[in-house]
Every structure is written in structure tokens, then in C-alpha cells.
Write a protein that binds this ligand. Structure first.
Ligand code: 13P
Ligand code: SF4
Length: 352
């Protein structure tokens, strides 16, 4: 055992000791993309929807959220009065969420409202709380990759058109499932300069120009073809943040929870020789190890999320050590609470 391993062992031991000390006053939540060194300490692991759903039932005074900033912000929004939410590294901020600024979203929605059309905003949960607050004020809601179909169906029934943000890929992939034709979709820019074009005025779905760089640029359609030709009859399953060109060639697309469930089913049935998974690498690697010897799990690409990786065991320990003095707490601005909660609650109530 080298010095580094001894150091890491001591870190893990101290985390376990502090968890014991805080007992039921502390709950640690973790997203599926977190590294194993975090997952081993997590009390509740889940996809974005599952983690948001669990918050209202948590009674502990302190919630340590191991994930990225927008997730911890949503947890802080749904937390009980007096409960505190901590994120071990506040710079862990989803690259896609940074592609939609609240001031830009607000300006675009104001322009759309002035045009006389009722355009309902639907924000993917991978967005800042400030964006969710704007969306809530304009009568919209939040969605996750687990319920995007349900929520897009809801939003299309509420007005003349939907503004889906920030992920153009999730928007397009969901629209395809719901049968919204490509010619009724329009990609806009954050300036909203093209909102007067015929394409935008006829669109049923306006798409914000955001994406996840990990799922978009690192997972390519030819990789799907290469897997299919190496393993005829075997499936490729991906996260719907991949481009429509990738998703169309795949055998299934869904949230991290969906991907885990499909791998578990395939491993139990033992009918498939291999299964290719296209999502963040920490999760794929965990599935490869967990099901080794039963099914051959192959990553579509070795794509890890640099923001998710920022939360490590050392930072988790530092957060727990300073829990009593409030360092690392995620605080939600008072003015944003009510409108942002409206947008999140619309989703939770609609997808009970
Ligand atoms: P899930 O909601 O599927 O867990 O995905 C969150 C995410 O950030 C995907 O990149
Ligand atoms: Fe954001 Fe992409 Fe990382 Fe998910 S994988 S947290 S969408 S940057």
C-alpha cells in the first residue's frame, strides 16, 4: 500500500466516523455520475428526478449533495425550513446549465409574449435556479430526462408553442417520440434575434441552443454503427442528451436510471453477449464492474464529466468536518424561491 492509498484510506475512515457521529442529523445524496470514492458513502443515490423527489421526505438537519450545482440548488429549494444543503465544491457547475443565462431567457420570453403567442417555457432541470424562477414566472415547468415526454406533452397542451431549454438535443429527441415534425421545430439563439422569422413563428417547439458537451461531442453516430457491426444483434443504449443522429441509430434512450435498469435486466436474462452504453463514464465503469462475468458492458465513449469529478472524497470530508460552521452551504436567494418552486412543483405534481 503506498502513501497515497494510506491517505485515502484515512479519509474514508474519517468520513465513516463523522457519518456515525452525525447519525440521523445527516443524509448524503449522490448522483449516478459520482465516482466510486463518493458513492460508497452515499445514503441515497439516484438520477436527477429521483433525488429531487426524495428531498421532501428527508428529516435530517444537514443534506450533503454530491453532484453539480443545479442539483444542490434544487435540493435547497425543496428543503424544509431550517434544513441546510451543502455541496462539497461550489465550482462543480454543469456546462450545459451555464449555456442558458436567466437574463437571456427572460428577454426571449418577453419578446415571445409581446408577439401575442402563448409560448410555454419548459426547462430541463440542468439549468440554474434563476432560470427556473424565470420559467416559473412565465407559467412554465421543469422536466428531467425521466419525464421529458410527459412534461413536453403537458406544455404543448398549455399554449401555442413551447420553448424548450437549455438542451436542444433532449428537446429534439423528445419531440421525435411525441411526433412533432422537424419542420415545426426551430433552433433559436440566446439573443432571440430570429424570433420573427417564418420558421420560428410557425414552430410548435422552439429550442434553446444548449447541449451537454460530454454527450454531444464525445459520442458520435459512427461509434454506434461500429458497435452494431462488431456485435450484431446487440443493443446500444444512450442518454437522450446525445444528438438525434446518435439516438436515431440506437436501440433505446433514457435517463441514468433507465440505463441502469436496462443493464440489470440484460445481466439477469443473460441473452445478450454485449451491451453498449452511451453516457458519463463513471456510471458506465461502475456497471462494467458490477456485472463483470455476466454481461460485457462496453462504453460508447470514455466520456467523463469534469464538473461531476470535482467532488471527491477529500472535499466530502472537508465539508463534513466543517458542517457545524455552515461552510459549503448552498443558499437560495429569497426572491427566486416562490417562482422557481412553482416550476419544480408543476413537474412533481404532474409526474407523481
Ligand atoms: P439524469 O437525470 O438522467 O440522471 O441525468 C442528469 C445529467 O446531468 C445527465 O448528463
Ligand atoms: Fe451537465 Fe453534461 Fe455533466 Fe450532465 S454530464 S452534469 S449535462 S455537463
Amino acid at each position: 500500500m503506498d502513501v497515497m492509498d494510506r491517505g485515502l484510506d484515512a479519509t474514508h475512515a474519517r468520513i465513516a466516523e463523522l457519518k456515525k457521529k452525525f447519525g440521523s442529523d445527516l443524509v448524503i445524496l449522490g448522483h449516478h455520475y459520482q465516482a466510486d470514492e463518493i458513492i460508497r458513502h452515499v445514503d441515497i443515490v439516484g438520477d436527477s428526478l429521483e433525488l429531487a423527489r426524495r428531498i421532501p421526505d428527508i428529516e435530517a438537519r444537514s443534506i450533503v449533495f454530491c453532484g453539480v450545482y443545479f442539483m444542490a440548488e434544487s435540493a435547497a429549494l425543496l428543503a424544509r425550513p431550517g434544513q441546510k444543503v451543502y455541496l462539497p465544491d461550489h465550482s462543480a457547475d454543469c456546462a450545459m446549465a451555464r449555456m442558458a443565462r436567466a437574463s437571456d431567457v427572460e428577454r426571449v420570453l418577453e419578446k415571445l409574449a409581446a408577439s401575442g403567442r402563448k409560448v410555454v417555457p419548459l426547462a430541463y432541470v440542468n439549468s440554474s435556479l434563476a432560470v427556473k424562477a424565470v420559467v416559473g414566472r412565465f407559467g412554465g415547468a421543469v422536466c428531467t430526462s425521466s419525464n421529458a415526454e410527459t412534461m413536453l406533452k403537458w406544455a404543448t397542451g398549455e399554449g401555442d408553442a413551447v420553448l424548450f431549454l437549455p438542451d436542444r438535443n433532449l428537446g429534439r429527441n423528445t419531440a421525435r417520440v411525441l411526433g412533432i415534425p422537424a419542420e415545426r421545430q426551430a433552433l433559436i439563439s440566446a439573443s432571440g434575434n430570429e424570433l420573427d422569422s417564418d420558421e420560428a413563428r410557425n414552430a410548435k417547439l422552439l429550442l434553446w441552443p444548449g447541449c451537454c458537451p460530454i454527450h454531444e461531442s464525445l459520442m458520435k453516430p459512427d461509434m454506434v454503427d461500429a458497435f452494431h457491426s462488431h456485435f450484431p444483434g446487440c443493443r446500444v443504449l444512450v442518454h437522450p442528451e446525445c444528438t438525434p443522429e446518435v439516438v436515431e441509430r440506437c436501440d433505446g434512450a433514457g435517463s441514468t436510471a433507465y440505463l441502469i435498469k436496462e443493464v440489470e435486466k440484460a445481466a439477469a436474462e443473460g441473452r445478450e453477449q454485449a451491451l453498449c452504453i452511451g453516457t458519463e463514464f463513471h456510471l458506465v465503469h461502475r456497471l462494467m464492474e458490477r456485472h463483470a462475468g455476466r454481461i460485457n458492458i462496453i462504453p460508447l465513449a470514455q466520456a467523463s464529466c469534469p464538473d461531476m469529478e470535482k467532488v471527491d472524497a477529500e472535499k466530502l470530508l472537508a465539508t463534513l468536518e466543517s458542517l457545524e460552521n455552515g461552510a459549503g452551504e448552498v443558499v437560495v436567494e429569497e426572491a427566486m424561491k416562490e417562482p422557481a418552486r412553482k416550476a419544480v412543483v408543476r413537474m412533481l405534481e404532474h409526474c407523481r
